[in-house]
Design a protein around this ligand. Structure first.
Ligand SMILES: C[S@@+](CC[C@H](N)C(=O)[O-])C[C@H]1O[C@@H](n2cnc3c(N)ncnc32)[C@H](O)[C@@H]1O
Length: 306
């Protein structure tokens, strides 16, 4: 559209529309076209094509509020934060008590942003060769819905807080997946995980938790897997060449404001996995390490232990 047409559409003066467009062009959100028109630029098209980006950007208003006094956060002087309230399980004694209203906003943000990485994880590891996948902390089932389409013979299990598992159950029903996908509610720091899966995925979960809780979760997964079973840990990690600012600046400060967890280096995750009893721990390449890296590990077998 032309500046004049956009100024009418946006209810802004022509001067203000010029100012906005010049800023958007400099950020590659918008680009100049022929006939004095402006259209979507490369990054603008990426945002329109990935609703998760806009949702993430919008919820950052909470984080920026918390970061107004970063020194207080670093000194541990601020307990109640807006981003901590957004993720009510982060420091909760009984996260399982979270209501449907408590989990709605973060579950839908996770769901809409999951679309950006699900295919990267599935492309990096051949999940379809397994029989049954359990997604721990699987949110409202968006990752499993993507897997369902790409691995039509795989059975699917999901474990998350009861109010979140209820959302996953509704999604599986809406997608006609009830024959293949079951959602189980519980607290992975206290309850046993469902057994029967030969592969478990843990996507964007470990970094939310401090080491003691992370170890509890990994031990619970180890107990739920059969000997030789596989665990996939997928999340953005620290000290990742090319995406260090995302791990070491963005996620490190985000999780500090949230109240628990931290982005870990692949070696730190490998050490936690080994402490929980996993073997054959291997890092696998993903397309966009900024969004997720991948570590694969195996539950030891009786032969391994000899
Ligand atoms: C950052 S979200 C990731 C969701 C999903 N894996 C994804 O990547 O979109 C973390 C998930 O862990 C779940 N969670 C947090 N604490 C939990 C607990 N104690 N027991 C079970 N699930 C929990 C949350 O409800 C949430 O769905």
């Amino acid at each position: 559209m032309t500046v004049d047409a956009l100024s009418v559409r946006l209810s802004m003066s022509v001067a203000a529309t010029h100012r906005l467009l010049a800023a958007a062009v400099s950020l590659r959100l918008v680009e100049r076209r022929t006939g004095s028109r402006f259209g979507l630029g490369a990054l603008g098209a990426a945002i329109v094509g990935n609703p998760g980006i806009a949702a993430m950007v919008e919820h950052h208003a909470l984080l920026y509020g918390d970061l107004q006094d970063p020194v207080a956060l670093l000194r541990g002087e601020r307990r109640a934060t807006s981003i901590g309230r957004f993720w009510p399980y982060a420091e909760a004694e009984t996260p399982g008590a979270a209501s449907a209203a408590d989990v709605a906003a973060y579950s839908s943000l996770m769901s809409v942003s999951q679309a950006m990485l699900a295919d990267d994880v599935i492309d990096a590891y051949p999940i379809a060769r397994h029989r049954c996948l359990l997604d721990v902390g699987g949110g409202e089932g968006t990752f499993l819905a993507t897997v369902a389409a790409r691995a039509p013979r795989l059975q699917l299990l999901l474990f998350d807080l009861p109010a979140v598992a209820a959302r996953a159950e509704a999604r599986f029903a809406a997608l006609g997946l009830v024959d293949r996908a079951v959602a189980v509610g519980g607290d992975f720091r206290r309850d046993r995980l469902p057994s029967g899966a030969d592969i478990v995925s843990l996507i964007r979960v470990l970094h939310d938790h401090d080491d003691p809780s992370a170890l509890l979760i990994l031990r619970a997964i180890h107990a739920a897997l059969p000997p030789g079973g596989t665990l996939l840990v997928a999340e953005p990690m620290s000290a990742s060449r090319g995406s260090d600012p995302v791990g070491d600046a963005y996620f490190a400060f985000y999780l500090m404001a949230m109240g628990s967890g931290r982005p870990r280096q692949p070696t730190e995750i490998s050490n936690l996995l080994a402490a929980a009893g996993f073997r054959d721990i291997e890092s696998m390449r993903t397309r966009q390490p900024m969004l997720t890296r991948l570590i694969v590990a195996r539950r030891s077998t009786a032969v391994d232990r000899c």
